[in-house]
Design a protein. Sequence first.
Lengths: 422, 309
Amino acid sequence: MLVKNDRISEIVDGKRVIVKKPELLAPAGNLEKLKIAVHYGADAVFIGGQEYSLRANADNFTIEEIREGVEFANRYGAKVYVTANIYAHNENIPGLDDYLRALEEAGVSGIIVADPLIIETARRVAPRLEVHVSTQQSLTNWKAVQFWKEEGLERVVLAREVSAEEIRQIKENVDIEIEAFIHGAMCSAYSGRCVLSNHMTARDSNRGGCCQSCRWDYDLYQLSDGREIPLFSEGDAPFAMSAKDLNLIRAIPAMIELGVDSLKIEGRMKSIHYVATVVSVYRKVIDAYCADPDHFTIRDEWVRELDKCANRETAPSFFAGFPDHTNHMYGTHSRKPTHEFAGLVLDYDPETGIATIQQRNHFRPGDEVEFFGPEIDNFTQVIETIWDEEGNELDAARHPLQIVKMKVKRPLFPYNMMRKEN
Amino acid sequence: MKKPELLVTPTSVSHIDELAEAGADAIIIGEQRYGLRLAGEFSRSDVAAAVETAHRRGMNVYVAMNALFHNDKVDELADYVAFLAEVGADAIVFGDPAVLLTVRETAPHMKLHWSTETTATNWYACNYWGRKGAKRAVLARELNMDAILEIKAHAEVEIEVQVHGMTCMYQSKRSLIGNYFAYQGKVMEIERKKYEKGMFLYDKERDYKYPIFEDENGTHIMSPNDLCIIDELGDMVEAGIDSFKIDGVLHTADYITEVTKLYRRAIDLCTEDRERYEREKEELLAAVEALQPPHRRIDTGFFFKETIY
Ligand code: SF4
């Protein structure tokens, strides 16, 4: 179903190459995650400020941290977008002007918003900020997209319910940047149209209070002549609304050919290990495809790599068609990723071959670990001796964030990561 | 004192006369191809008949086009809008901006009511859609009384508030009931059963029952209780709220008619003889309670509830 579009690819020296490379957009729940995402190859990150952003629980950036994040990202030529995608209530109106001005001053490239209050206020007080319509608006058709184009906005994030074919039609009808999700958890409802958490826990989902009530268990019954008839049998898993996480690694070529402008990974609450793993895989997929689209195949190792950090099952959702029951999780809610984050590389001494590592999970001599990072090819080795910072030998690295040293068989770079099999 | 409109949802064309007798000022109708969670299914000929009946009885007719449309339906919106203009519908209820653009192109004089169920949460957004062409905003059900009054104080459009009935908690494009049957291997039941009425989800932890149904627009999950604030209309009447809606989705025609009569009485008393309203409102509330089906309690929704985030 690839649309051949000459603006997307060109023939160079007899070989087709992609000239319109999409942006790889990654989540960053805090400054450390931002640095990791950018370092591992994201072209842009989206972050939440302390107000107006869904994910009330993510640690969220202060204006100071945003400024620092922007500076870091700019060094890599990457952009920072801030989500301000709540549906505001009257009480959220005061303070909005100042907040948006501060974002503009901090050098943020754009904001991701749903509420016309925030859209128009940004236009008025912070005109240098690009305004992107959030998926919270649940944009499902080209004409709705055209409305926002006519309002002068730069980009729309489509509803997760649109298929590849629908994206193509939208692109054909409206000349506006399109951002689409490629990976991560998702609402099983139309975004912005779920208030389960308001009812069940008195937390406002459209202002970031969602408790993921759609992942809880419910029993399905039918009322018939006043009797309640269970629509499940002994031993059946309960009814589920919960959707498997999105994983569109195999659809990246199609998305690039469709001319999607930004490929978005979800998950501001996820660990740096998750961000690093997912970003580096999609970086490789996008680069490899764009360099030689006609001889491209998805490598098994990329697919396996994603499994190393996936704690839920994944599915292609609406991109490939209408989601059937295999797109839902019945009975189970999570699974163990195949690997666990063990340590973050802080330093490496080429003279001695010794790496300085910050502990993120228990490891000990004799464990087999894998190193990965943007500068290196993955490699595994068995841990030999571990020393603490004073040079004392340790029987294990047992304390969170403890700094240890150990010999590694190949050169490493700061921000490389060490993981071990579960 | 200005009387707010009493807006109700008929289940069929023949129900409309009864609702007129009961004291309704306006009705909202439509078909699931374009509208969400309606009390009845009205084909085009039903809509034409409904408009005629309602107008004869001095009632306004609003037609629901508040679905989230995918590309496949965009091209047919204009035809439906033109039809509604031709039969003389008084307003179109929309959430998707595709409808707004279509009405601008096809029937620029048609009135528009902005209704997205969950996202009309501040006065600025209401006025924004007003500037884009809406005459009315239908407020989110998750607002409390103070927020509603504050919105009304700043609003440049009419404000509609649901005062009674079920509210929608969740809409998914997914076929959640059909998929569950498929997962259970009950292939035979999928087509036969997934569109049936009367299904609910039981939440053990809260001991709540949430009505659930599937239609062309996906899967809808509804509130466990019926909202009812027949005894708390005073502040909103004084603030000049323009329309009070009784939503009868998943209720019977008789129930809707009886509830309409009670709200008619409440609104009349509240505007004409406030003291008497205060004296009689408990009785009105008790009368609603007596009408409730056995499995449906009433509550005050979010009117007096704090939500955090
Ligand atoms: S409960 Fe589920 S569907 Fe609803 S807002 Fe939360 S994640 Fe989305």
